[in-house]
Design a protein around this ligand. Sequence first.
Ligand code: F3S
Length: 284
Amino acid sequence: MEIKLAKTAGFCFGVKRAVETVYKEAEKNNETIYTFGPIIHNEQVVEDLEKNGVFVVNTVEELKALKEGTTVIVRSHGVGKEVYDLMEECGLHVVDATCPFVKKIHRIVERESNAGKRIIIIGNDKHPEVEGIKGWVNGKATVIETADEALAFTAENNEQLCIVSQTTFNYNKFQDLVEIIREKGYDVESINTICNATEERQTEAKLIAGTVDSMIVIGGSHSSNTQKLFEICKKECEDTYYIQTLDDLDMESLKGKEIVGITAGASTPNNIIEEVQKHVRIKF
Ligand code: F3S
């Protein structure tokens, strides 16, 4: 059997970097360390980290309650300036694993808002990444996610607008929303800050699924990007399986297949992908 493993399966660059940072810090520290929010949404990884002395704090109140000198890791989504200030005030040891692509957005909105521009963030207002970006804006930031919100948006007279995007937003949708705002006649500068990692993973999955007999998609059951990957693959290859770990894979279903493709969602650790790949290879 031939196995086609997607190169883009699993962690993107920023998440990989953040997870590696946490494991490195856990090795260095004998004391309990913390991440501000879960480093990734994957139960196996969070459990494994707990065994290595890494726990999650979710709120600013919990941060305030930590002992001076405690190590806190900022995850790839990043956080607002006020959170860094607070951590400094509390004497915490901060290890910053914010993805450099997200950091770039922080620098843009800080610079442009300091220059007097009104910042518009295209994205989901409740997403932690957007929360963090808002926290670098000097003045008010507006978050727009839908065409209705873009249509309803009004700027004040002579206001200059700077539009950025959440890194995982859909490019075409971003362009459409910018266009709606631009058509209102405002002075608009739009900066495309979308990261290609998600799109590249989807494009590769589609290509592979189109050439195999069966396709395996690995990822958490609540992972929306894995769900999306599964839908994309299923359209190309009827025989597509969604599994969380090797235990979910029904080997019988792969019997007699000549080519099998494997991809995985953004929060699937490499060891799970490798385990599935090795197992399929050994079996057939
Ligand atoms: Fe990942 Fe960073 Fe892009 S976290 S999705 S590489 S913005």
